[in-house]
Design a protein around this ligand. Structure first.
Ligand SMILES: [Zn+2]
Length: 333
């Protein structure tokens, strides 16, 4: 049986579907009644009133750098990012860890001068971690009009087919060096459960209708490369015995858009290269998914501010979902 949904709709159908959905207005996140999600529901507003911190320091083993020396980068509370922080009333904990997903993304009025209309109202920046199976699933929502990070979904993912011993070794190697292997073990969920929670999260934000076979509503995934949605997600779906959701059938590979927009002499083959060329310092720990996602979001925000239009770059063929069509001719291979 095909792993792909039988009723995967091409984009034009999705646009027709969007018109039927009444729940989207300028800022749906502000309208979504909820308690359990990222506190910064009004992140567009929060970001607009962003105040840099008064000193610079790194509060864990995780590295930090910043352009503005008055800004103090803090590592994200990885319990909070997964909706499980129980120390929000502990001032020393709140001082040490970031509990606001918009905090690293100041919005400046000057950034809006060259902004172009976009095909999508929301970009869902996704950067999965894991090689054999997915270990971390972080997604940041960027409001394309406000050019602001407005929400976050983050889960650690427990492998389905790997033995416990191998998983432990794998996690120690990958997350031990960041000092977050403990939180991984305390919070990781099987992929199937993560996907169910992600779908609830999407539906609450009117980013997905909640019906199998439908794609995202006025939103698109943004990845750095094609690996996340072309390779590892279909592989994990197969391992975890779930059908590949239709909302994963198309995506934006930011590297393709970057290459065609800036046309650099030297191809930017990854996140680090794009950040180096744009002179954006890398914050946090490279290969910790939540930090990489935030860094990719910073590249995307810069591109929006520089006047880039960010379209879909890859789409599976509805008739033959194993085939991916790449929509840019000039792309990094
Ligand atoms: Zn916390």
């Amino acid at each position: 049986m095909s792993r792909f949904p039988p009723c995967f709709q091409p984009q034009s159908k999705c646009i027709a579907l969007n018109r039927l959905l009444p729940c989207f207005t300028m800022n749906p996140i502000l309208q979504t009644p909820q308690k359990s999600t990222c506190q910064s529901l009004s992140n567009a507003t929060v970001a607009a009133h962003y105040q840099p911190y008064s000193s610079f320091s790194s509060s864990s083993g995780r590295s930090s750098t910043n352009v503005d020396s008055s800004f103090r980068w803090k590592p994200m509370c990885l319990y909070y990012s997964q909706g499980k922080c129980s120390k929000m009333d502990d001032p020393s904990h709140v001082d040490k860890f970031n509990h606001d997903c918009s905090r690293d993304f100041p919005v400046n009025a000057a950034d809006f001068h060259r902004k172009q209309p976009q095909d999508f109202d929301f970009f869902l920046v996704l950067d999965l971690e894991g090689k054999v199976e997915i270990l971390e699933f972080p997604v940041l929502i960027i409001d394309a009009k406000a050019m602001a990070v407005v929400d976050l979904f983050h889960r650690f993912v427990r492998p389905s087919a790997m033995s416990e011993q191998r998983t432990s070794e794998y996690i120690e190697r990958k997350y031990g060096k960041f000092g977050v292997d403990g939180v991984w073990h305390a919070t990781a969920l099987p992929f199937k459960e993560v996907l169910e929670q992600f779908e609830t999260w999407l539906t609450q934000r009117c980013l997905w209708k909640g019906k199998h076979g439908t794609c995202l509503n006025r939103a698109a995934f943004v990845t750095c490369g094609n690996w996340d949605l072309k390779t590892i997600v279909p592989h994990q779906c197969k391992v975890s015995e779930v059908k590949l959701p239709a909302y994963f059938m198309e995506w934006i590979n930011l590297k393709d858009v970057y290459q065609n927009f800036y046309n650099p002499k030297q191809e930017a083959r990854g996140m680090r290269a794009m950040m180096d060329q744009l002179r954006i310092p890398i914050l946090g720990s490279h290969h910790l998914g939540i930090d990489d996602t935030k860094n990719i979001a910073r590249v995307l925000l810069r591109m929006l501010a520089d006047g880039a239009v960010i379209p879909i770059t890859a789409r599976r063929s509805p008739a033959s979902p194993d085939n991916v069509n790449f929509l840019y001719k000039n792309r990094i291979r």
